[in-house]
Design a protein around this ligand. Sequence first.
Ligand code: NAD
Ligand code: UGA
Length: 368
Amino acid sequence: MNILLLGAGGFIGVNLTERLLKDGGHQLTAVDISKDKLEHLLNAPGLNYAHLDISSDEAKIEELVKVADVVVDLVAFANPALYVEDPVGVYDLNFTQNLKVVDQCRKHDKRLVQFSTCEVYGLTAAKAFGLDSKENPCPFNEDETPLIMGPIKNHRWIYACAKQLLERVLHAYRYRDGFRYSIIRPFNFVGPRIDYLPSEAGGGNPRVFSHFMDSLLYGTKPMQLVDGGQVFRAYTYIDDAVDCIVRVIENKNDNCDGEIFNIGQPENELTIAELAERMRDMFDEHFRQEGDPPRPEIVSISGEEFYGAGYEDCDRRIADVTKAKTLLGWQPQYGIDQVIFKTMEYFVEEYRKKQASGMAAIPAVASV
Ligand code: NAD
Ligand code: UGA
């Protein structure tokens, strides 16, 4: 297949590109405004990299859409700190600019695999109605579960709303014109190449795993639990996720057309406080070396202090993955400890390489 991957330079994109190259038999065009994470793949046969911006390079993107068999759109701002800091930018990229890709696919009658998010489900019904979501587990089903957003003043929800509106537009075009699309709703994927370490990037506010790794490797700050870290997340290892994504792209028997797929590992659920404890213990047990910063403290911080005004958290996200299992024959393999171990191993190996070459930032305090 000739596959056009928009946003291929990001965390999911690079892991997906690696897997598709390994499978072979495809012609891949990887589009992004950053190729840092793709550097090791740039000379691979079967891969073309195009440094293009979906917001301003419409004509060139359209040429690529025209010759593709399937378009996979991963482009988005996907980091909660940005939803709070730049809600207009999030709406613009995640809805308006992505809509242009939808229009080009419609114009040239191309199938689109659109990345959405588990955040479209929003809050659990339990939380919305003042019940304890821990005692009222309620898996999110793609075709049944209502989508519950917080108030407008909590502008974190603009990410989920923009993604939800894009999903609704895709559905409307299928309803009216038979447009061929599939939607993927990822549930907290982690693994190699997720985000960055703030100590190495000179600051920034990435997703939680990178923050906790930064505290473990650089000791610049304690592991901070937003509002005590009592919310739940269920982490999915990127290889499991990519295995499902590839099945959606392949679309055997056209059985993914017009379908939304949750991709998640509901058995891997823990609270963020548990994640911090487990990461800290695992680092000590398997990775700690002499000279590393001391075991970091775990402290609580308010959402407003950590993100700024406009933040509200998602309390719990349990994916119902029946559809991916039955329609695609997919089965995730990695349990939560393996997910944490393998992702941590990647960060530590990269850090040790930098240390050995004198490129690592200086840890705040070395242990004795
Ligand atoms: P990411 O931030 O690592 O990747 C996004 C990529 O898009 C980046 O490489 C970025 O440079 C690129 N990009 C941004 N603006 C662009 C533009 N104007 N033109 C071209 N490229 C541009 O994010 P990710 O974690 O890989 O997520 C990929 C997709 O999956 C996103 O749509 C995100 O909302 C969705 N998603 C991811 C997760 C997850 O667990 N990682 C969860 C839910 C949803
Ligand atoms: C993420 C992002 O919205 C998207 O990438 C995506 O849509 C989705 O979830 C996903 O990955 O499925 P979230 O899980 O809230 O949202 O992102 P994180 O930044 O990883 O935060 C997870 C939890 O940890 C939140 O409760 C957050 O408040 C907390 N957190 C974050 C901390 O306690 N400490 C930190 O240092 C950072």
